[in-house]
Design a protein around this ligand. Sequence first.
Ligand code: DAH
Length: 339
Amino acid sequence: MKDKIDELLNEIESFTASSKEHVEELRIKWLSKKGKVKELFDEFKTVAPELRKEVGQKLNELQNKAQDKINLLKETFEDAGDPKADDRDLTLPAEKMAIGSRHPLSIVRNQIVDIFSRIGFTVSEGPEVEDDWHNFTALNTPADHPARDMQDTFYISENPDILLRTQTSSVQVHMMENTKPPIRTISPGRVYRNEAISARAHCQFHQVEGLYIDKNVSFSDLKQTLMYFAKEMFGEETQIRLRPSFFPFTEISAEMDISCPFCKGAGCNICKGAGWVEILGCGMVDPAVLDNCGIDSREYSGFAFGMGIERVTMLKYQVKDLRLFFENDVRFLKQFKSA
Ligand code: DAH
């Protein structure tokens, strides 16, 4: 019986078939209930017990091999298919693959980084989970300061020292504590405030902080830097104006408006007829802040500014509802193309 199996194994090796039907004939001849393999299994009952193990293994091998070979032949014919039944037109252009696009906030953040890096600003980052010192106290905003009320803070735990940063100004403090002037850096990042979500406010948004510390830095350096930024971001014809303001960590402080990018100053519903739109806060770093962070205010001075990335993006692309940035609706997102 062993010899017979060997013979059949060889026969299987040389199986060929010319059509699907031919493969089916082979299957019936070999693997059906009346096929050759079944016949041998019947005969197996007569094999002497001491030979059963060896013959049994061989028989299984034969069955597997026949099955594999027949499957293989079957696949060959299935793949080839019937050319008449195949209506695929291989000359048709391929369907376009949907590829994602950059988020509008990332596009604008990258543009801001690019504009400032061209005039020597580095990019720095700080933690989103902050301590009170870096977010408030070092920035001249002690616990009882009324300016804290403007920034409804999320506290992480019962410990009022640990919070989600409300402003990227906290990165200024890290930079000043850890770097010897001159410092010229911008710090983009996410900030959090406990605000009701509406078209104009959100509990999370993004800011970019700017900081320049050196000997003899003046307010005119600040003005020129911001004018350069406004023109690069919104176009050469853009005008700026600075209005006196207050921030605890700058003295003097100002808010900057740009001429409305939509009506070019004539007055429209975006600028509510004013011709100007507010874009950022800025000022000369308060000497007390420099000293808090280990920089000698008698030797160094500096300026700082901070702006909301959502605000810049809304003005640049005429987006009217802040919530759109966080809903991830692809119909909104795919309208923005990065340069
Ligand atoms: N941190 C301020 C805010 O969140 C923005 C700001 C204003 C940053 C003036 C500055 C600055 O660096 O000088 O409202």
